[in-house]
Design a protein around this ligand. Structure first.
Ligand SMILES: Nc1nc2c(c(=O)[nH]1)N[C@H]1C(S)=C(S)[C@@H](COP(=O)(O)OP(=O)(O)OC[C@H]3O[C@@H](n4cnc5c(=O)[nH]c(N)nc54)[C@H](O)[C@@H]3O)O[C@H]1N2
Ligand SMILES: Nc1nc2c(c(=O)[nH]1)N[C@H]1C(S)=C(S)[C@@H](COP(=O)(O)OP(=O)(O)OC[C@H]3O[C@@H](n4cnc5c(=O)[nH]c(N)nc54)[C@H](O)[C@@H]3O)O[C@H]1N2
Ligand SMILES: [Mo]
Length: 770
């Protein structure tokens, strides 16, 4: 295998654990969830030595009153509240945080940073929970203990020493609770910068921009009640069985109800087959599976927009003989730009739609019929749609299709993006935005008595480039694992290493602690499962799910160490040290998060009276104007877009590579080298290929191959010795795992529409390793 396997220098150290057995590939034929999941959970809890507390905590998860919000994903809690609404991957995620393993001072005394750099990412996190603040000592190349006071003073001194506040950047990973989020952005803006990059710059930036442009709101309009009422679900570009497993229940229930469930994905993922509903004990006992799909369409990578255009074209063609195919009244009353869109659809030839989508006209028409026959349709999507050059256009095309039949502002219909991190949507709501609106800044300035800076700040890619140039000198990471999650790994490493100070607020040891600035701090915080005791008593934080429901999360476990601080306390400490004369009552806010929420109620649309409403049994839903057919667009109507189809067909000899997650990982956190639903064991350094593409290149199953990407600027990046896996994937397409494959994603290759790194359409050649 390649250099990335021998475990020496970062970035070439391995990501997953060293497997004990040989790689194995046998396509998976069992239903998703069910006993396979139950077995995997048990094995995992044993490994984490959490068999005792784990199940007890899990029963506290996602409960309608009390308990903590599952940090596993942003799928909403079951409205009935009574279900054991949990999943294999949520349990793994929680147990990973609750582990009894610890990384104390002795650990850092024993291992230098250079030594740790050779460890796998799995091994780093597997050491357990961080227990106290640590500071990097360049003399010895070790992290050494530092007091919280000195740590804050170091941040304060360095930030105050900057020429201007735009030399600092404040990254957020989407787990951060709303109250900490609000304090964090307040700190940045009081300092005077909008440099607030976040993980959604890599995930749903395109969705936010598209929905804003089309509907005047950056979020989806559906909730679970809509999912329960719809006649047709279109699921695009999401691996739900692994990444939003609680969606499986919604899919199975839809199927049982007689609704149509159409999956659009180059791979037939496990969620597109059948499932055993995990909380249905009878089904579990009888091993009874329910289908979760009525139609699977394997688009080519990047082909979604052409597919959607085909649906629209078919509906428009049909409207000639069947006026009910279109909702003319809705279009006339609520939309703008229909004529231009219709002309564009008419002018797009079917053979172009077939070529660009990779689907036959017949297949597109099958889906169009489902859409035409359904009174109510929901289109849902995730990264398979967004991480493309034309992600914004594609999400706008989703809205176009919905508008044609008035699938908006009524029960069972609408756009429904599946968010990633459990509070990534709440982060945006609470001000994590490098392009904030003037209205938001004005309210913030007024309520908090600060001068909020108006110039837009840097996003994730912009921050990396600015660090690399030396323009950003202080990087603060509020959770996450920036070094590994961001594109172009070696470039990102260099950028972080150019900084004067890097600060990582984390629960576990990870790569971003080892790839650091001249000075570096690791500040360990409480996890979501843990009790957060402040002067005002036990605190709770609020979070917002994919469907705009805001509810409280209360930790119930004893903290992993008595030296941990909460995220709000850490932010307040850094803020006070860097703004000694600040009039913001930082310390007072931390005593009681209700006080933060009171200020949030003044600043954030939809948070009025939030302290009361968040304590209602299921919390509250932030109003979606578009749901009420109120469109905050320039025209005051829902806007059709009319973008030309992009050319997504790979040049001869090249393939379009999509980077994605395995079943046994949570972004950069790797649990094992297995990917159960795709039939993979003991292997992460692989590439899934179409059999004909393999044959053409003389590549056989498990043959080592070299993967070389070519960036827009012509530069090349390679991974060597990956193993080829023949897979049911359209010709011209390839797939493999993030974060390993970030090495192939050039820093300059981000979408001109959203600035999102193009992580699902990397142009590569694959050849037998020499
Ligand atoms: N257990 C677990 N849960 C998670 C995460 C995790 O890592 N582990 N991550 C969380 C985060 S932050 C996020 S953003 C979400 C991510 O959730 P997903 O979007 O499911 O993430 P990926 O693994 O990137 O999978 C992308 C899917 O898109 C498909 N795809 C690739 N290219 C295309 C394309 O061009 N068109 C279409 N239609 N499909 C395509 C792939 O086959 C795959 O099924 O999950 C969240 N939940
Ligand atoms: N090639 C490629 N790259 C991608 C993607 C892709 O599909 N392909 N997906 C992108 C996407 S969608 C995302 S969201 C990013 C993910 O980017 P990030 O959000 O930056 O990364 P994570 O792996 O989720 O972060 C894991 C770390 O978070 C810390 N952590 C866990 N819980 C807590 C907590 O409660 N508080 C704090 N402070 N820290 C905590 C732990 O230390 C852990 O090591 O990756 C992106 N990168
Ligand atoms: Mo994400």
């Amino acid at each position: 295998m390649n250099a990335s396997q021998d475990g020496k220098d970062a970035p070439e150290s391995r990501v997953g654990p060293v497997p004990e057995e040989k790689p194995d590939f046998h396509p998976y034929h069992h239903p998703a969830a069910g006993w396979g999941a139950a077995k995997s959970v048990t094995r995992f809890l044993v490994g984490e030595r959490e068999l005792l507390d784990g199940p007890r905590a899990i029963l506290k998860m996602n409960h309608e009153n009390g308990g903590f919000d599952c940090p596993g994903c942003a799928w909403p809690d079951d409205r009935k509240g009574l279900h054991l609404d949990i999943c294999e991957n949520g349990i793994k995620h929680v147990a990973w945080e609750m582990t009894r393993k610890r990384v104390g001072q002795e650990f850092f005394a024993e291992h230098s940073v250079s030594e740790l750099s050779g460890w796998s990412d799995f091994a780093l996190e597997d050491q357990g929970r961080l227990t106290g603040p640590m500071s990097y000592d360049p003399e010895t190349d070790h992290y050494v203990p530092i007091s919280w006071k000195d740590a804050f003073a170091l941040v304060g001194r360095t930030v105050r020493g900057l020429d201007n506040p735009n030399q600092a950047a404040f990254y957020t990973s989407g787990r951060l609770g709303n109250e900490a989020t609000f304090l964090y952005q307040l700190w940045a803006r009081e300092l005077g910068t909008n440099n607030l990059p976040d993980c959604s710059n890599m995930c749903h930036e395109a969705s936010g921009r598209a929905l804003q442009a089309s509907l005047g709101t950056g979020k989806g309009t559906c909730d679970l009640a809509d999912w329960e009422a719809t006649d047709a679900l279109f699921i695009m570009g999401v691996n739900a069985a692994s990444n939003a497993p609680r969606m499986l229940t919604a899919l199975a229930e839809a199927y049982q109800r007689g609704a149509q469930v159409v999956h659009i994905n180059p791979l037939v993922e496990a969620a597109a087959t059948r499932t055993i509903i995990p909380h249905d004990f009878k089904d579990m006992a009888l091993n009874k599976a329910t289908r979760t799909s009525t139609l699977n369409l394997q688009v080519r990578i990047g082909g979604d927009m052409a597919f959607l255009r085909g649906i629209a074209k078919a509906v428009l063609e049909q409207s000639g003989s069947d006026p009910k195919a279109l909702d003319k009244e809705f279009i006339d009353r609520h939309t703008e730009g229909f004529d231009a869109y219709r002309e564009l659809c008419e002018a797009t030839p079917w053979d172009e739609i077939e070529r660009q989508s990779g689907l036959s006209r017949e297949d597109v028409l099958k889906a169009a019929r489902v859409y035409r026959d359904a009174d109510r349709s929901i289109i849902s999507w995730c990264l398979g749609v967004t991480q493309h050059e034309h992600g914004v256009d594609t999400v706008r095309e989703i809205v176009n299709v919905l508008l044609l039949r008035g699938n908006l502002g009524r029960e069972g219909a609408g756009p429904s993006p599946v968010r990633g991190h459990s509070n990534v949507q709440g982060n945006r709501t609470c001000g994590i935005d490098h392009r904030p609106s003037d209205a938001f800044l004005a309210r913030l300035a007024e309520a908090c008595d600060i001068d909020a800076p108006r110039a837009h700040g840097l996003d994730t890619v912009g921050t990396i480039e600015a660090m690399r140039r030396g323009d950003v000198k202080v990087f603060v990471g509020m959770g996450g694992n920036f070094a590994l999650a961001a594109p172009d790994t070696p470039y990102t490493y260099e950028a972080l290493r150019t900084c004067e100070l890097t600060v990582q607020v984390s629960t576990k040891l990870n790569r971003s602690h080892l790839v650091h600035g001249r000075r570096a701090l690791i500040l360990p915080c409480l996890g979501r499962t843990e009790k957060d005791q402040q002067r005002g008593g036990l605190q709770s934080t609020s979070v917002e799910d994919s469907m705009s429901m805001v509810h409280l999360s209360v930790g119930m476990k004893r903290p992993a160490s008595k030296h941990l601080l909460s995220e709000p306390a850490i932010i307040a400490g850094m803020a006070r040290a860097s703004l000694p004369d600040s009039g913001t009552p930082w310390e007072w806010y931390v005593e009681d998060y209700d006080r933060v929420r009171d200020t949030m109620a003044q600043v954030i649309d939809g948070f009025e009276d939030c302290n009361r409403r968040v304590r209602l049994p299921l919390g509250f839903r932030i109003k979606q104007p578009a749901r009420e057919l109120v469109f905050l667009t320039d025209s005051g109507r829902a806007e059709f877009s009319a973008a030309p189809l992009p050319d997504v067909i790979p040049e001869p000899g090249t393939l379009a590579l999509g980077t994605m997650r395995s079943h046994d990982q949570w972004n950069t956190t790797i649990y094992s080298d297995n990917d159960r639903y795709r039939g993979i064991k003991n292997l992460r350094t692989l590439v899934f290929l179409n059999q004909d593409d393999m044959r053409e290149r003389g590549i056989g199953e498990f043959d080592p191959v070299d993967i070389t990407s070519t960036a827009r600027d012509g530069s090349r990046r390679s991974l060597e010795g990956y193993l080829a896996i023949p897979y049911d994937i359209p010709r011209g397409c390839a797939a493999g795992y993030m974060p390993e494959m970030n090495v192939l994603c050039a820093i300059g290759d981000h979408s001109t529409q959203s600035d999102q790194p193009i992580m699902k359409h990397v142009k590569v050649t694959v050849t037998l390793s020499s």
